[in-house]
Design a protein around this ligand. Structure first.
Ligand code: FAD
Ligand code: NAD
Length: 463
């Protein structure tokens, strides 16, 4: 150690950085984590996964009371919205969870260096005017909102995801630019609380990257819930006057433009890696064309001793992917074999119903060879039917010759929980027959996964 301050210094305390820090300390390495925010936990805990789920969960209750779903089950209530209380429970969840990371840092003897880090050389960073030298440096600086050229986010009329979590009143007309995960989750929150929501999406389908059946079914469900979808349409301008915005929309394929009025505009067209201010060049590092830091399978960058994980490196921008990379990088640094299987990373959209998937889409699988597909509707699942949750399906894609499962896609009230079974199965190289012959508890939504697996060979019981 002699003249090193730390064995490992991690820049950023999101789910990538804080998990890496805790695992490194558990492995006996002297560890520091640099974070410039007031609280630990990164985007995910402060302004991402956690606060959005707090608003989604609370607004789901409101919607169930307001839209007649509760009345259908004999519970008659007229909901009254206390938005400040809804925001307070969101802030409480954030406070408790970010405080929990601070507790875990103390427990594991991880030093929190407060401030923003910049490289001075490949093994030294400066933080709040002090230099720290470390044998290993892990860049886990995450991502931030991609701006829409010419559109200013004022967090009042035109907001990003952070602003959309905190709206002080329910907008009358909300326009969401981008029909991806953030647009649909936060659009759902405000639609449930009473806003008229229009989603403008450049592509012909919502949710790029997901299976096409899922994308089409999701559009039908969101329309049925009252969202207006303008697909194949791009926003070319947003003019704000007082408390109103006027958006200019153009068909993506070209043609006449139209305008749309809104009192709230959410810009959710993607996220980009955080590398500004890091002085990567002083470490001898550069970013790729997408602004990401390239890493090899072991999460090593091109510079020895410098590693990178999470949203700042290529791959899906997801908290659990960042966490798994955090564990793997710490284990690799400690001389162990860190394991992460990038082919089995689930994606979940926490709308109602939830939308989840893992592995290849049907189109991707077809490109690689012959496949078999089994599908089972939630309408025929006894638990979903009993709970008045008829929308959605489970779809399993397997290799036609070996029957090995290549991808699983689901729209169901608890699809995000159900998909874990598919991940375990795929991690163990399961065939659809393995899933079909595994006993699933009755009555559960998960039985739909078993039935979809049975449908791969054409023999489900309940359809
Ligand atoms: P981040 O969480 O972005 O953390 C990086 C940290 O580094 C930040 O705290 C930042 O302040 C700090 N930092 C940056 N530069 C420096 C520097 N120079 N010095 C010191 N500190 C620095 N993912 C899911 O899997 N599930 C979800 O439900 C989900 N919901 C989301 C909802 C929203 C609204 C948003 C915006 C994102 C959501 N995500 C979700 C994505 C998820 O938040 C990210 O994938 C995840 O946080 C990435 O983790 P990370 O550790 O790479 O970076
Ligand atoms: P996204 O990439 O999911 O969706 C952005 C959408 O905007 C795309 O469909 C794109 O075609 C569209 N778009 C781009 N420019 C446009 C324009 N000018 N007009 C109309 N549409 C346009 O991005 P996001 O929703 O901002 O989310 C960012 C990241 O955060 C995602 O990578 C996601 O993985 C992560 N996230 C995950 C979760 C979750 O796991 N539940 C929740 C929120 C965010």
């Amino acid at each position: 150690m002699a003249d090193y301050d730390y064995d490992v210094l991690i820049i950023g305390s999101g789910p990538g950085g804080y998990v890496a820090a805790i695992r490194a300390a558990q492995l006996g390495l002297k560890t520091a984590c640099v974070e410039g925010r007031e609280t630990l936990g990164g985007t995910c805990l402060n302004v991402g996964c956690i606060p959005s789920k707090a608003m989604l969960h609370a607004s789901e209750y409101f919607d169930a009371a307001a839209n007649g779903a509760m009345a259908k089950m004999g519970v008659i209530v007229t909901p009254k919205l206390d938005l400040p209380a809804m925001h307070a429970q969101r802030l409480d969840a954030v406070k408790q969870l970010t405080g929990g990371i601070e507790f875990l840092f103390k427990k594991n003897k991880v030093d929190w260096l407060k401030g923003y880090a910049a490289f001075e050389s490949a093994d030294t960073v400066s933080v709040a005017g002090k230099s720290y030298r470390a044998k290993n440096i892990v860049v886990a600086t995450g991502s931030n909102v991609t701006p829409l050229p010419g559109v200013t986010i004022d967090q009042n009329v035109v907001v990003d995801s952070t602003g959309a979590l905190e709206l002080a009143k329910v907008p009358k007309k909300m326009v969401v630019i981008g029909g991806g995960v953030i647009g649909l989750e936060l659009g759902s929150v405000w639609r449930r609380l009473g806003a008229e929501v229009t989603v403008v999406e450049f592509l012909d389908s919502l949710l790029p990257g997901m299976d096409m059946d899922v994308r089409k079914e999701a559009a039908k469900i969101f329309k049925k819930q009252g969202m207006t979808l303008k697909l194949g349409t791009k926003v070319t301008g947003v003019a704000v006057k007082g408390a109103k915005a006027t958006l200019t929309l153009e068909p993506a394929a070209g043609g006449a433009s139209e305008t749309l009025e809104a009192d709230c505009v959410l810009v959710s067209i993607g996220r980009r890696p955080n590398t500004d201010g890091l002085a990567l060049d002083k470490a001898g590092l550069a970013v790729n064309a997408r602004g990401q830091i390239e890493v090899d399978h072991d999460l090593k960058t091109a510079v020895p001793g410098v590693w990178a994980i999470g949203d700042v490196v290529p791959g899906p921008m997801l908290a659990h992917k960042a966490e798994d990379e955090g564990i793997a990088v710490a284990e690799n640094i400690a001389g162990q074999t860190g394991i992460i299987n990038h082919a089995v990373i689930p994606g979940v959209v926490y709308t109602w119903p939830e939308i989840a998937g893992v592995g290849l889409t049907e189109d991707q699988a077809k490109e690689r060879g012959e496949i078999k597909v089994g599908k089972f509707p939630m309408m025929a699942n006894s638990r979903a039917k009993t709970n008045h949750e008829p929308d959605g399906f489970v779809k399993i894609i397997s290799d036609a010759k070996t029957d090995r499962v290549l991808g699983v896609w689901a729209i169901a009230s608890v699809a995000g929980t159900m998909i874990a079974e598919a991940c375990v199965a795929m991690e163990f190289g399961a065939t659809s027959e393995d899933i079909a012959y595994t006993c699933h508890a009755h009555p559960t939504h998960s039985e739909a996964i078993k039935e979809a697996a049975m449908a791969v060979t054409g023999k489900p019981i309940h359809i």
